[in-house]
Design a protein around this ligand. Structure first.
Ligand code: GRF
Length: 192
């Protein structure tokens, strides 16, 4: 994906549903001089999402839309995304599946972070499933979003070794740390 013009940074929205540690990390990244993005909007489908506080703290416009009706949530999101001239959408723990129609409108401009080595373990409870499957490795993946869940083209992946005494919790903690490293790298990769 090319930057729109010259040295201008890419206006980015982050979609969240929960803790927002990836959002926090992307905000930090966006403040580096060499970062290719600015974060101009945070959208949540959950008004209690803890991550919303990072938007407030950093004076980033935030919106909470119920996606119980996906159509309505997407329509409201689309309005503000266009108004704010957003060119990149980063899903970061966003627990709703976006419709084909919405994805088409932002074709090639929506990316997601997923806590497994895709194409393994699409969907939920990835760490539990990796352990149950007696995998030797797990990790995280940044990928483009297409209309099939967790199936778009892979941008970057980080693999870590699963330890003998790992639990879903310990694995999640270790992988989250790696997520925070690869999400900014993946963004730089597609925008530079
Ligand atoms: C991360 O593990 C991400 O990969 C997954 O949901 C979690 C969100 O964590 N999609 P946070 O809200 O960014 O802390």
């Amino acid at each position: 994906m090319k930057k729109l013009s010259g040295n201008k940074k890419t206006k980015t929205a982050v979609f969240i549903s929960g803790a927002g540690s990836n959002l926090k990390n992307l905000i930090k990244f966006s403040k580096f001089k060499k970062s290719p993005i600015t974060i101009d909007l945070v959208i949540s489908n959950n008004k209690n999402a803890k991550g919303l506080k990072y938007a407030s703290k950093n004076k980033i416009k935030k919106k909470n839309f119920s996606f119980r009706n996906t159509n309505i949530g997407e329509k409201k999101s689309l309005e503000i995304l266009l108004k704010k001239k957003i060119r990149l959408i980063c899903l970061a723990g966003f627990m709703k599946v976006l419709s084909k129609n919405f994805i088409k409108k932002f074709r090639g401009k929506i990316i997601n972070i997923h806590p497994s080595l895709l194409p393994k373990f699409k969907g939920l409870n990835t760490h539990k499933r990796a352990l149950k499957n007696k995998e030797n490795f797990s990790g995280c993946t940044v990928h483009y979003v297409n209309s099939n869940l967790d199936s778009g083209k892979i941008i970057l992946q980080k693999r870590i070794k699963i330890k003998k005494n790992d639990t879903a919790y310990s694995l999640q903690k270790r992988i989250l740390k790696e997520e925070h490293k690869i999400y900014p790298k993946a963004i730089s990769k597609i925008l530079n």
